[in-house]
Design a protein around this ligand. Sequence first.
Ligand code: HEM
Ligand code: HEM
Length: 180
Amino acid sequence: MALRNGPDEFGLVTRVIHWTTMLLVIGQLALGLRLSDMEPGLANLWLYGLHKTIGFALLALILTRIAWHIVSPPPPPIGPRGPAFWAARIAHWGFYILLVAIPITGWAGSSATGIDVMIADRWTVPSLVEASEAGEAFWFRLHDILTKVLLALITVHMLGAFKREMEGDGTLTRMIRGRP
Ligand code: HEM
Ligand code: HEM
């Protein structure tokens, strides 16, 4: 089983990163939505910590993925270079940008609260911005908007994958077992 991507195949590394990211992103969206309905307090502070820790794991994962794709470029979408091809390309780029921007806006919003931002309750990361209520409102608003864009993109991406698989081009099979 090849670790690297081939000209027409997804290698194991890309596939493991893809499906791990999917699980973490879905959990993270659900957890974030719960948090936005809560008032932070002693009883639920661990949930905020969990969300931040998973968020940093996702940031590390997307940076690893981008670096890996420079070392081992993924295959282009299946089919001719028509609208579906470019839609897939744009969606993939959208994911790379959002999965970097969303953790950074969450990190900036959390820094603006003036409370130390920690990974796994253990490592304190540097503050990205000065503490201020206006900054907190601004960065969390941006975090919120970008997560809604991510949710919309995931929906379109999933529907596109299922549609193409049902048409029989093997797009989904290729992301599961490497080749169509
Ligand atoms: C890809 C990674 C991430 C995803 C998908 C994500 C998703 C979300 C979502 C959907 C919300 C609810 C937004 C709303 O309805 O207002 C949220 C809230 C929040 N996120 Fe994230 N997040 C991520 C990373 C992070 C990181 C890295 C941090 C901090 C270091 C963070 C801190 C927060 C906090 C503190 C809230 C609650 C904001 C409030 O009280 O309104 N997030 N997140
Ligand atoms: C939920 C978060 C998801 C994210 C962030 C995401 C992101 C991506 C990205 C960036 C790519 C381009 C290749 C790569 O960088 O690995 C990709 C490819 C792919 N994704 Fe997802 N994905 C998600 C969920 C899903 C789901 C739920 C499905 C299927 C039901 C799916 C099916 C596929 C398929 C079939 C490809 C290959 C497309 C091709 O051959 O051009 N993805 N995804």
